[in-house]
Design a binder for this molecule. Sequence first.
Ligand SMILES: Cc1cc2nc3c(=O)[nH]c(=O)nc-3n(C[C@H](O)[C@H](O)[C@H](O)COP(=O)(O)O)c2cc1C
Length: 219
Amino acid sequence: MTFVPLTTWREYAPSFMQRRADDFRDELTRRRTVRQFSDRPVPRKLIETCLLAAGTAPSGANLQPWHFVVVGTGETKARIREAAEREEHDFYHNRAPREWLEALAPLGTDEHKPYLETAPWLIAIFAERYGVSASGEKFSHYYVQESVGIATGFLIAALHHAGLVTLTHTPSPMGFLNEVLGRPAHEKPFLLLVVGYPAADAQVPDIGKKGIEEIATFV
Ligand SMILES: Cc1cc2nc3c(=O)[nH]c(=O)nc-3n(C[C@H](O)[C@H](O)[C@H](O)COP(=O)(O)O)c2cc1C
């Protein structure tokens, strides 16, 4: 392994650091999960750039155990919608425990997922349970869930920063994504990100976030 000097870190004056932190918090505070999308096109290059931002995420042993399948064709989106709505119908009507349905009630979600066809892009995120070398040999991945979760967070933040909106969607179970998207069995669907512009009349639930005393303890 070779080492190089750390040239990417920037030092800021403390007051400037606070301003940057305030600005970043304010920007992230404006992010909302959107469930009504416009069909307005979004350039592929913009999505690629946000994916590269996601790919900078830290990961266990830097093995980067993620794969993003970006869906932009109507036919594939329709297949995903059909399979997702089938699973979600079963979830809402048969499988979901009452407590879970009660938690979802304020969000107004149900088994209908028109946005899976309306939005210009769907990004299916897969977690690689293990790696496969060029010669076909398996090798271990470490902290896969944690790593993919962090990369997904980076991706959501990057898309928001670029001026797009997202919906974090987890049709349960998501195994159909392997079949529809032709991904191998060792790649586990992590979640499906719906990406685009909001519909002109989009509305979001009036919800709040916990304050500092609730989410943090300083010792
Ligand atoms: C792991 C995860 C799974 C989610 N799954 C769904 C989903 O399947 N359908 C949906 O409408 N929203 C889903 N959401 C979005 C949440 O409902 C949303 O983030 C939450 O209500 C807070 O709203 P906000 O994102 O606007 O702050 C999911 C969010 C996360 C983090």
